[in-house]
Design a protein around this ligand. Sequence first.
Ligand SMILES: [Zn+2]
Length: 625
Amino acid sequence: MLNKSKINFIALAAVLALSACSGELTVDDGKVKASMGNKKQETAKEFVDRVNQELIPMSEEGAKTAWVAATYITDDTQMLEALNSEKFLAYNSEIIEQTKDLDLADADAKTLRAINIIKTGSTLPAPNDAIKRAELATIMSGLGATYGKGKYCPNGPDSCKNLGELSKTLATSRDYNEQLEAWVGWRTISPEMKKDYSRFVELSNEGAKELGFANTGDLWKGGYDMTSAEFEAESEKLWNQVKPLYDELHCYVRDELVEQYGADKVSKDGPMPAHLMGNMWSQQWGEIYDLVEPYPGVAEFNVTSALEAMQVEGNNEQDKKMNKAVKMVNMAEEFFTSLGLPALPESFYEKSLFLKPRDRDVVCHASAWPMDDKDDVRIKMCIEPTSEEFTTIYHELGHIYYFMMQKDQPALFKAGAHDGFHEGIGDTLTLSMTPKYLQQIGLVESVESNEQAIVNQQMKLALDKIAFLPFSKLVDQWRWDVFAGKTTPETYNADWWKLRTKYQGIIPPVERSEADFDPGAKYHIPGNTPYTRYFLAHILQFQFHKSLCETAGHTGPLHECSIYGNKEVGKRLGDMLAMGSSQPWPDAMQAVAGTREMDGSAIIEYFDPLMTYLKKENAGKTCGW
Ligand SMILES: [Zn+2]
């Protein structure tokens, strides 16, 4: 759910965060130039002001082109979108080039910050050389297309299975060999990416060096207001804070897998085979909850059946579906307004896409969109009445409120304090969706809360949120090493698996070699989307939850706290959101959490009931791998 609901926002943010061009663009001999006065005379501040102005119409045009392409998929809209993003990339290269002529001696802190955002804002630094830039663009769209079209065809064209079908097998089958085939099958799509991927690494590194970074990984790490060595140490510190809980979860789950599949298939004291975790990348394990449920049959409150049972008016089925979807969005909005945050603009309800249309193709993938520099904000989702989708609405509205609260910031500062902040806001609120809250909003009538139900519920949450932590950390570690040349094409796959085993305690179920390219079977590698943001978002949402609960005066266990209805909390949160990326993230952290550090300890506190259970269950076992 997590990634699913994020990818599109990120893709959009890549275009918009740095956001975009203007009507002042001119095409001259096929080359796009940003309008410039006399750049020799332009001060750094004037340059930043101009870029901020140019970005407003360009962002709006980019957002609207992309919106139409995503909600009305035709060859025409795809072509218009591609043309638009090409225009933006050219503009981006141009303004980055222009930063080199600036005299920064007298520039103020905000101006320097804005210039740094221009330089580090692109996750794909392109060389200045136009031929190489075109080569890079071709490689990237090729990698994306290879992934997007990827299918496993064991017996000719009629036997093909796509990622969705193969994932379903991993999620629902409990047949070792059937799961193995799905896992290996999906990885047949990526070997052909390897050569292009290594060329992409060379070219983007060249672009990064031209910007003054050692390599692309260093540029990525440059977005956190600290040196790249400090950032690496910071993420390692956060990981070590939460690792004890992961280790207990791993130990417990492994035992259940031994029971299900036999000790000949799953080692009692080694890493777990990667294809048995219910997910194509073993990144979230919620799908195997049935195998590990601590207290079988002890029902936690069932949000899905409450949503299904919810009565709505409507003249026909589609009408009713729409009204139910709107009602779900209303409930999520009401959480935000209960905190004293503003209501969503009317245009949000008019222009968002809530349901899968019956007459055309759309990208159903949930995402949140800022459409202009005023108040046109939208989400795009194909809402179904399930607990998971209900939570996703809160996640997306977290982005929407970030957009709304920072609307007075200049274009370059319309972003999260760092990229983990943006992803963590809505999720912070979902931690307040306690049984009591669901009762308060009338979704469930009465809630029976006992210790066993709490442990079951925490297990479900941990299978997704805790299992995700090591994976979300290692994806970029692999790439940092690749960009730095520590990992070369000769060891791409071996080094990938070294990290997977070290952090996640999993191994490939069959022997792998350098003829394979398993990293490429994960969207974000060919898609070139940084991943650390998700790791940070998972840490931050618990930290934010804890500090906001303290603001709310909550006493008692952290998992019982709900910030629902607390205006003081809303003020704190809103003030932080309004800062956008105008200040270093520790300032934003200070505003919301009263500290300048990221801290993973709230996770351990939140999951205390589960930790107690796991320790008891794991007593006497050999944990670790
Ligand atoms: Zn998101």
